[in-house]
Write a protein that binds this ligand. Structure first.
Ligand code: NCD
Length: 300
């Protein structure tokens, strides 16, 4: 997809200059709070899939910048009367809405909006199918940047349902851009990524997390499983749920991350989510700064 200024489909939509600008702004917001923009505008989150963190985080970010945030309720929208998603968006643009944050089951809607309407409005991908979730990747890498470990030395294990994760797909693109090379992909074979460098793939939790600085766990995304999937939750819990004793044995100083929402006791033990090394709520907090930074950078 071509890179169009002021639009975000995935990590490749952002030039190096934009990436630096987003991290620089996010740093400033984290230190001094979010500054209001001089211009006003309307933002609407269009979420065709469930969300708590991403939608609320965009709202807090946009409101902190002084934008007006409109509320779109899928259940009460004209979509229920048969209007197409694109028609809805064209109508909203005609009202003067200039920033759309879209989460959808596929890439098609956001890609089409960027291709057709980029001169009229800004579009941000807040998660599309299993392929892209660039703002989660940005906030995760921003959180990693606060650890004061140079990216060239950082060792990170990403553990869990990689196959159904749009988070990991965007994250790996961003790792490449910022120079995080020392990552491991840890999962049962049935959850492995389709294309991955074999040296980085582990199907044994202990081996996969040995000596890492960060363990990032991902949700088991049952809603994306195929109908004939034979997922065995107790086997998964036994082999891949992160427990305190794993960290003590294999990576005692490791920080713990999870993009949320969490299936407690499936991906990670509840106690560990509140551990002093857990960065899970830091990720959420940083999400607001990074999304505010992104909005400002896209509107500039
Ligand atoms: C992620 C998503 O929607 O892809 N969640 C999020 O945005 N915080 C990960 C997930 O749903 O597991």
């Amino acid at each position: 997809m071509v890179m169009l200024k002021g639009q975000l489909f995935d990590i490749e939509s952002l030039s190096d200059e934009m990436l630096n600008r987003i991290f620089e702004l996010a740093n400033g917001y984290a230190k001094n709070g979010i500054e209001r923009l001089s211009d006003s505008g309307f933002m609407v989150p269009l979420f065709y899939e469930p969300s708590t963190r991403t939608t609320m985080s965009f709202e807090v970010a946009a409101k902190s910048l002084g934008l007006d945030v409109l509320n779109f309720s899928l259940a009460n929208s004209a979509l229920k009367k048969g209007e197409s998603e694109l028609d809805t968006i064209e109508n909203l643009m005609a009202m003067g809405i200039d920033l759309f944050v879209i989460r959808h089951q596929s890439d098609v809607l956001i890609k089409t909006c960027i291709e057709k309407f980029a001169t009229n409005a800004h579009f941000i991908n807040a998660g599309s199918g299993v392929s892209a979730h660039p703002t989660q990747a940005l906030l995760d890498v921003f959180t990693l940047s606060q650890l004061a470990i140079p990216f060239s030395e950082l060792k990170i294990a990403i553990v869990g349902d990689l196959l159904h994760s749009r988070v990991v797909r965007s994250l790996l693109k961003l790792f490449k851009r910022v120079g995080i090379q020392n990552y491991r992909l840890v999962s049962p074979a049935s959850f492995a990524l389709d294309k991955a460098d074999n040296n980085k793939v582990f199907d044994d939790l202990g081996k996969g997390i040995t000596g890492v600085d960060v363990v990032m766990t991902l949700r088991v995304q049952k809603e994306r499983f195929s109908k004939d999937s034979h997922f065995n939750v107790s086997a998964y819990q036994q082999d891949f749920c992160i427990k305190k004793h794993h960290l003590e044995k294999y990576c005692p100083k490791a920080k713990i991350m999870h993009p949320g929402p969490i299936n407690l006791g499936v991906e990670i033990d509840e106690d560990l989510t509140r551990d002093k090394n857990a960065l899970i709520l830091t990720q959420v907090k940083n999400g607001v700064f990074v999304r505010a930074a992104l909005i400002k950078a896209l509107l500039e």
